[in-house]
Design a protein around this ligand. Sequence first.
Ligand code: OGA
Ligand code: NI
Length: 346
Amino acid sequence: MAMVHGVQVDPAFVQAPEHRPKAAISDADGVPLIDLSPLFSGSAGDTIPATLLSEVEVACRDWGFFQVINHGVPLELLKNAEAAEKEFFTLPEEEKLKVRRDEANRFGYYESEHTKNVRDWKRIFDFVLQERLDVTGLVLKNRWPEVPVGFRETIEEYAKCVEKLAFIILELISLTLNLPPKRLNAFFEEQTTFVRLNHYPPCPYPDLALGVGHHKDSGALTVLYQDSVGGLDVKRQSDGEWVRVKPIPNSFVINVGDIIQVWSNDKYLSAEHRVSVNTERDRFSIPFFFNPASNIDVRPLPELVEDGNPGKYKEYNWGEFFKRRMDSDFKKLEVENIQIDHFKRT
Ligand code: OGA
Ligand code: NI
C-alpha cells in the first residue's frame, strides 16, 4: 500500500500514467444510435430497409461501436437480469467464493482480473452459453450458485434472448459486407460464447485505476447491457479521443470484435475501450461475448479478398487464441498478451 494525497492506494491497480483517465471525459458526439424497430414492425418477408443497413455500415466503419434501441429483448428481462446480478454481487464474499473459478475451469466468480497485466477494479461472474468439456484444452463448464434463488433461470433466459439479438446483428453486418445474411452463422453452431456479469464497486482513486483497462474484445462481437451509472469509454477512431458511452435506458451497446475485423479484412475495426470507475456509485454491466466455435480458423473471408486487396492476416485458430487470452486474464503474465496484430501480414 502507498499513500497518495491521503488515500491508501494498492499499486497492483495503478495504471501507467499514459493510460489513466482524464478528469473530464466528453460525451458529446457520442457513438451512433440505431433504432432496430423496422426489423420487428413489418410482416415476415419484408426486406430490411437500406437506410438501416447503411446506418450499421457507417457505425461499424467509423466507430466499431454503436447503441441499439427497440432491439426485441423484453424490458422485463433486462430488469430481472440486472436485479439478479445485483443480488449475486451483494452476497457475502464467502458465498460467492463457493463458485470461484480456478485454473482448470475459468467459469464462475472471480475478484481479480488483469487487463494488460494491471489489476481491474471489478468483480465478475462468467458463464458459457454451451457447456463443453474439452475444446482445445479449455473446459467450458458453468458453476451456478445456490443463491440467489432463481439466479440461474433468470440469467439463462436473458442470455437466450440476447443470443437472438446477436444473430440479428451478425446478419445485418453480413449484409453490409455484401454477403448473404446467414454467411457467418455456421461459425457459431458450436459457439464458445460467454456472458459476463461485471460489478464495479466505488473506487477511492478513480484517477489512477480503471474498472477494465484499455482493450479490444477478441471475439466476433459484443452485446453489452449497462446500467444508468456510466463509465464505459470508447476511443474515437477519427481523433483518438476517449468518449464516454452515455447510458440510454433499455438499450444495448454493440461493439465489433477482433474476429469481425479479420473476417472483414479491416473494413471494420475492433474498437478500443475501457471502463472508468467513480468514488460513489456501484456500476453493473452484462456483456455477451459472441464467439465462434473453437475449431474455427479465423482469416479474411475469401469473398472480401481480391487481387488489389489481399488478405491482411494469416489465419489463426480461435480456440487456441481464446485459451491464451483466458490464461493472461487469470494471472499476471510477464509477456505481452496475444493480439490479432501478431497475425498481421507485413
Ligand atoms: C468488457 C468490457 C465494459 C463494461 O468486459 O470487455 O469492455 O461497461 N466491459 O462493463
Ligand atoms: Ni470489452
